[in-house]
Design a binder for this molecule. Structure first.
Ligand code: ZN
Length: 490
């Protein structure tokens, strides 16, 4: 059995090397980036791409030995074809906020919106065809856009990439080609908060490398930061009528969701980042509020001063860097169908178990039952009752305060709700204890990807749902490790 596996690994390695041999980076590309600043335009039914500008960037920071993306992540992919030979010479998957917008009510009602996005390809030596593909609801890639790029085109912007911002190095382990290069960008830090940004960037570098698998692979990383001051601190909170003038226009209530924090200044963000070599962007927002966002192969964003900011940062980076899905779900709220029923999600950490097959079967705990029963119905019911009790307490207390109830009465209301919460919490703890032997097992646990039924996650606890010690499950760790390998291996 072991021998068979060895032969298979050898075969795969040979095929991999062969493919890389065929398309040599230097045959087709200069050691530079070409940034394509474009716009997504459309609604749920229609989508189109319009190129804004092409910008010649500094040295290519990504792995020149990995120009054809081995992953199938992201709703979109960018492809580059050599016109002379017709060969595919570059491919990379990505996501965009626009893809999420398409699943919302306004988009379904036909309202069109425009979203900025940039992708970076290596600078071609000869004319190429730039293509975008978009996956349909069955995840089949469909042509979306194609345009020729002639590298001698005088319309390509060839300015210096240096915009005059302050840059600093937090960790350096080697040349960008074979390291993973992370860049922190500050958002909502005024010029007098420069030192705070530096400290925050150091703090979050520490948080990153205290967590597996980043800790054991720290030697494969470079981390840099770019500081461009904002006129005002923090970010917009439209539902609180708070608007702040900041460099990236970061804002809560993205896509109408309370804690969803994103920026729509994608082109400016890329221009700022391009002053250093980077593979992945992390935007740190100078605020105490709770929230963040992460979009695959685009960027992640998090506030820095909330007590939960560390886990939020790692979770969102899981989305943006490693293409991980949210493993959480709600047994109460009916989300709009984010993952169409019967279609296997692209992400490595959730599955619909098509034909009973588990995507992460090589990591399954020996003898584990699939799907893995873990008292879900009872857990969901207790969690729902806890949630309802919390909401009822809030409403009852609000009403009591409105009618100027005495402090004794308010205290007694609080006491009775808290007593009920404690009772439910205790039952939940007992239930967890009953299944505690499953907590370190990899199986297929129902409830993932915003869906209570029909989608499965690898372990009970994970940073992509909730983990008491803020750790990734073993499948997510393996997926992150694969991505680190993609950027750093030879
Ligand atoms: Zn996980």
């Amino acid at each position: 059995m072991r021998k068979k596996i060895l032969i298979l690994i050898c075969l795969l390695t040979c095929i991999g090397l062969h493919a890389d041999d065929e398309i040599r980076f230097n045959d087709y590309f200069e050691d530079r980036g070409l940034r394509v600043d474009f716009y997504f335009l459309g609604n749920a039914a229609e989508e189109s791409v319009v190129i804004g500008r092409l910008v010649r960037e500094g040295p290519w920071p990504e792995n020149p030995d990995r120009i054809l993306d081995a992953f199938e992540y992201g709703k979109y992919q960018v492809l580059v074809e050599d016109i002379a030979s017709g060969r595919l010479i570059f491919r990379q998957g990505f996501d965009c906020e626009f893809g999420e917008y398409q699943t919302t009510g306004p988009a379904r009602a036909g309202k069109k919106k425009v979203y900025e996005r940039s992708v970076r390809i290596p600078f071609p030596k000869q004319p190429v065809r730039l293509k975008f593909e978009s996956r349909d609801r069955n995840n089949v890639p469909r042509p979306l856009f194609a345009e020729e790029i002639d590298p001698s085109d005088t319309g390509i912007i060839r300015e210096t990439v240096y915009s005059g911002d302050e840059t600093f190095v937090l960790l350096e382990n080697g040349a960008p080609h074979h390291c993973v290069d992370f860049v922190f960008i500050g958002e909502g830090y005024t010029s007098s908060e420069r030192e705070k940004f530096r400290q925050d960037a150091e703090k979050y570098t520490g948080i990153l490398f205290a967590n597996e698998p980043y800790r054991k692979l720290k030697h494969r990383f470079n981390v840099r930061a770019v500081f461009r001051p904002s006129p005002e601190s923090a970010m917009d909170e439209p539902r609180q009528a708070v608007f702040r003038k900041t460099m990236l226009d970061a804002s809560f209530n993205a896509l109408g969701l309370d804690r969803y924090l994103l920026t729509q200044r994608n082109h400016r963000m890329r221009e700022i980042a391009a002053q250093v070599p980077y593979d992945a962007i992390i935007v740190l927002v100078n605020s105490m509020r709770y929230g963040g966002g992460g979009i695959y192969n685009d960027y992640c964003i998090t506030t820095v001063d909330n007590e939960r900011s560390g886990p939020v940062f790692l979770h969102e980076l899981g989305h943006s860097f490693a293409g991980l899905a949210d493993e959480y779900y709600s047994s109460e709220v009916a989300y709009e169908e984010f993952y169409p029923e019967g279609v296997e999600p692209l992400e490595p950490n959730i599955t619909a178990l098509p034909g009973g097959k588990v995507k992460w079967d090589s990591l399954l705990s020996p003898g584990i039952r699939i799907p893995t029963e873990y008292g879900k119905a009872e857990r969901d019911s207790l969690s729902a009752r806890l949630g309802r009790n919390r909401r009822e307490m809030r409403v009852t207390l609000e009403a009591a305060r409105k009618r100027n109830a005495s402090s004794d009465e308010i205290q007694s209301i609080e006491k009775s709700f808290k007593k009920k919460s404690e009772k439910l919490g205790k039952k939940l703890d007992e239930l967890r204890a009953r299944y505690s032997d499953l907590e370190d097992k990899v199986g297929a646990f129902e409830g993932a990807g915003y869906t209570s039924n029909g989608l499965y996650r690898p372990m009970i606890n994970c940073l992509m749902i909730y983990h008491p010690k803020n750790e990734f499950c073993r499948v997510c760790q393996a997926a992150i490790e694969n991505m680190i390998g993609y950027y750093s291996s030879r």
